[in-house]
Design a protein around this ligand. Structure first.
Ligand SMILES: Cc1cc2nc3c(=O)[nH]c(=O)nc-3n(C[C@H](O)[C@H](O)[C@H](O)COP(=O)(O)OP(=O)(O)OC[C@H]3O[C@@H](n4cnc5c(N)ncnc54)[C@H](O)[C@@H]3O)c2cc1C
Length: 466
């Protein structure tokens, strides 16, 4: 029998168990396809609470999961029949404008960081939705609107406070526990609970951004133009290619509502005239059927899709890294893209060149530094009755394109249970090093509710962190 009161008395935060009126809400994750029933949910208020939870979990032999923003599509922030270390109350952002750094608590979302940093004309590269957690996105890599100019989120991580599997709290940085610092820049939640992230912040204030859309019949032309353009484009420009169904609302004109189209969502961090000059050849090549490319504050761009992709939808996604977009691959994309099963379903090709290529393949566990895109095929719908349909579409699409991929896929665009081979393929040559570091910091795989890296056998685990 678990001592609920014992845990509760040791925490400043809240402990929620089944039967509590808050339980149903607290166990929810962003992807409504996932429903897990933990034994206890500990909403930690500070580092001391996290330490207490880890000790309590160990003492009672509990499975433990770490919840940051709850956005993981595989629902990896929540576990069945175990203890959830929920970081959502550890929410603070300190911006140091002189040092150009941002420190964010382990439970922040990117919206929290964007809001705070924007006031100082700064931003940390993250993703494309502001409600995503800083924790999971950063620890898996982090790619989004600023990737081509400032690199992945992990390329901007300077240090982290990590509570380890034995309950000690340590700093991971280039100077302290450098092996741990290497591992958490892509290795996910395998190595401990990050209670605080210190990031480099970059000059970003107003950006020229938004989508350009074309008829599906022009998709092959646009994709082929885009594959040549994006590898040569200035790094201040980011643009991801998408298949989408036009949502029925502003800014989209009524005749386009519910129409399947292809598009590129741009973000240019520079003067508008310059952006116009760079994109003029595209407008001449194939004038877009619609565009909403306008100057806007960076946080507005970050939140542009929040209203469409609200929590509580059904999600199923599959991903791959892509080095080359051949004509055959383009033909398959246009075939499957034209079969988008629901309004919210989509396919995105995120560019990961430019600044993201400036780190070597061993500098972080994120080994695919030579890939040009991260492809994600996403079946999404509000109706649980469509779960199988969106899943089948995403799987079929991915299976058709997988032979044209680079091998692995972005770890943050995976469901749970894709298998060890898939995780190995994703980390490639860096997997064995990750497994050795895992054996040093978490020899009994205490943190295993994640895209798991099993501790390497035969590593001297007496070597304590440091
Ligand atoms: C709508 C949507 C849009 C997205 N867009 C992007 C995007 O543009 N770019 C991109 O790179 N990714 C994107 N993602 C993927 C996202 O990075 C992952 O889903 C990520 O896992 C979410 O992090 P979270 O903290 O919200 O998740 P959670 O579900 O809370 O956590 C997921 C896992 O991360 C680990 N974790 C989280 N926080 C911590 C912590 N503080 N310490 C230790 N471990 C922790 C744990 O292992 C946990 O199991 C998107 C996801 C969604 C659903």
């Amino acid at each position: 029998m678990l001592s609920f009161t014992q845990l509760k008395s040791g925490l400043r935060g809240e402990v929620i168990e089944p039967g509590d009126s808050r339980y149903e809400e607290a166990r929810k994750v962003y992807n409504a396809m996932i429903s897990r029933k933990p034994r206890l949910i500990a909403r930690c208020a500070d580092v001391a609470d996290v330490i207490t939870c880890i000790r309590f979990g160990r003492q009672h032999g509990l499975k433990v999961s770490i919840r940051g923003g709850g956005h993981n599509a595989g629902g990896l922030g929540i576990c069945d029949d175990g203890l959830v270390i929920d970081l959502s109350l550890i929410k603070y952002v300190h911006v140091d404008p002189a040092a150009k750094t941002v420190r964010a608590g382990g439970g922040c979302t990117w919206g929290d960081v964007d809001h705070a940093a924007h006031a100082f004309g700064l931003a940390v590269p993250s993703g494309i939705i502001s409600t995503t957690g800083v924790g999971g996105l950063t620890l898996g890599g982090g790619l989004g609107y600023l990737t081509r100019q400032f690199g992945l989120t992990i390329d901007n991580l300077l240090a982290a406070d990590v509570v380890l599997a034995d309950g000690r709290s340590v700093v991971a940085s280039a100077e302290e526990n450098a092996d741990l610092f290497w591992a958490i820049r892509g290795g996910g939640g395998n190595f401990g609970v990050v209670t605080s992230f210190l990031f480099k912040a970059n000059p970003v204030k107003m950006v020229c951004a938004g989508p350009m859309l074309w008829e599906m019949g022009q998709a092959a032309d646009i994709m082929k133009w885009y594959r040549e353009f994006i590898v040569r484009a200035p790094e201040e420009l980011n643009g991801f290619f998408a298949f989408m169904t036009v949502p029925p609302g502003p800014p989209f004109p009524e005749p386009l509502h519910f129409k399947k189209m292809c598009g590129i969502v741009w973000c240019y961090n520079g003067p508008e005239e310059q952006a116009e000059k760079i994109l003029a050849p595209l407008r001449k090549f194939r004038p877009p059927a619609f565009e909403y490319f306008v100057p806007m504050p960076f946080p507005m761009l970050q939140a542009m899709f929040d209203g469409l992709y609200t929590p509580g939808l059904q999600w199923y996604w599959k991903a791959d890294f892509v080095k080359e977009l051949s004509d055959e691959a383009v033909a398959l994309h246009t075939k499957h893209g034209a079969e988008l099963p629901t309004l919210h379903s989509t396919m995105h090709l995120y560019p990961i060149n430019g600044a993201a290529h400036k780190k070597g393949p061993n500098e972080t566990p994120w080994g695919y530094r030579d890939a040009i895109w991260s492809e994600v095929i996403v079946g999404v719908d509000p109706d649980p009755a469509n779960k199988d349909r969106i899943t089948a579409w995403a799987k079929n699409y991915w299976e058709a394109l997988h032979p044209y991929g680079a091998g692995g896929g972005y770890v943050n665009f995976m469901m749970e249970g894709e298998g060890e081979d898939r995780i190995r393929a994703t980390y490639g040559h860096n997997y064995d090093r990750l497994a050795r570091i895992k054996a040093k910091y978490d020899p009994d795989n205490f943190f295993r509710v994640n895209q798991n890296i099993a501790p390497a056998a035969g590593v001297n685990v007496s070597a304590k962190a440091g």
